[in-house]
Design a protein around this ligand. Sequence first.
Ligand code: DGY
Length: 326
Amino acid sequence: MQPKVYVTREVPDAGLGMVLKGTDAEVWEGELPVPREVLLEKVQDIEGLYCLLTDKIDEELLDAAPKLRVVSNYAVGYNNIDVDACTARGIMVGNTPGVLTDTTADFAFTLLMAAARRVVEAADYVREGKWKTWGPKLLLGFDVYGATLGIAGFGRIGQAMARRARGFDMRVLYYDPATSGDPDLAESVDLDTLLAESDFLSIHVPLTDETHHMFGAAELAKMKSTAVLINTARGPVVDPDALYDALNAGEIAVAALDVTDPEPLPADHKLIGLPNCIVMPHIASAGVATRNKMAVIAAENLLAGLEGNHLPHCVNPEAYATRRQA
Ligand code: DGY
């Protein structure tokens, strides 16, 4: 008999097909996340869960899933999962690192360029019929080449961002107490220096208790009034009220956010109303090929765990020794 699995959204066929072939899977077919009460009911007799960053995998859910052996997240980030609680129950947790690094860095750099050169504002200007002539002062932005890029979090995506910046002749600084990166790629600095010297500050830290609201009023006040803040990591790393105040008061010039707090950001949220804030719907990894690869890796993690093997990409390998058996 094949192991029972629940898939919380329709993911690309490349991965979904593997799951449907190798397991007895049920898929939530709605466009919005599976309602919590439905998920709590569906997990009661499953051994594997293929889930998304929009699903909260906490103690309550784990308690409702006594046979659960593998949680496979269709994302590299896994702040939606209580990993310690999974480990304590012998449940293996997988994620999808690597395959979305360059796609996400491409998008972070897209936001940097769009914010610097006012691309979204300019497109709106044309669409709204405001374009009357070439203007010497029309929609002036910031030069990117030669500017200083500060990178908070120098993991895979932060380093990929640095490589892109080098191609634009930028000076690149990074802050990451946990990583010593290639000094030819970027210069390691403390957080205050990063804040004070960056023309562009791109955030690439994971969301943890330590990084929650890492960029609040005090940090934003240390930035240049001409600075651009780019966040493609996780929304709660930036305090949204402090960011609004800083943008509104001109303490920093522009923010470009692919991730927000809360997510989704309500259409009437004050940040969306600011002309100097670009908000995107969390699409940094949304390349067709990338999402296919993520779907496959998440499927491989799930199937390996269900077979009792090591997950190719496991965030809690220490759980392997005490893993739940079929
Ligand atoms: C992730 O994988 O963590 C991204 O936020 C979505 O691809």
